[in-house]
Ligand binder design. Structure first.
Ligand SMILES: [Zn+2]
Length: 85
């Protein structure tokens, strides 16, 4: 069976961003987080946060502060329900 990288990526517990990607938006900084002094590498806890970084350029900590997710939603996500789409 071929190695399914994308599937692995979907399931990733942590994503580490080493620098700005060409596919990231103009808002994303070359240096690190847009809203605090955090520099690359930036660590993301899931693909959703990583995608958000590509749009707004915030580190995980700043995203957590901006998008505070109630615990019951986190629990639902663990069960495989997805409220992000
Ligand atoms: Zn930050």
């Amino acid at each position: 069976m071929a190695y399914d990288f994308m599937n692995e990526f979907e399931e990733a517990d942590e994503i580490i961003v080493l620098g700005k990607l060409k596919s990231a938006s103009n808002l994303v900084s070359e240096e690190g987080c847009n809203t605090c002094p955090a520099k690359y590498p930036l660590h993301y806890k899931d693909k959703r946060s990583y995608k958000e970084w590509k749009v707004a350029g915030m580190c995980q900590k700043c995203q957590d502060e901006v998008f505070k997710v109630p615990n019951r939603l986190k629990k639902a996500k663990k069960l495989g329900l997805n409220f992000n789409d």
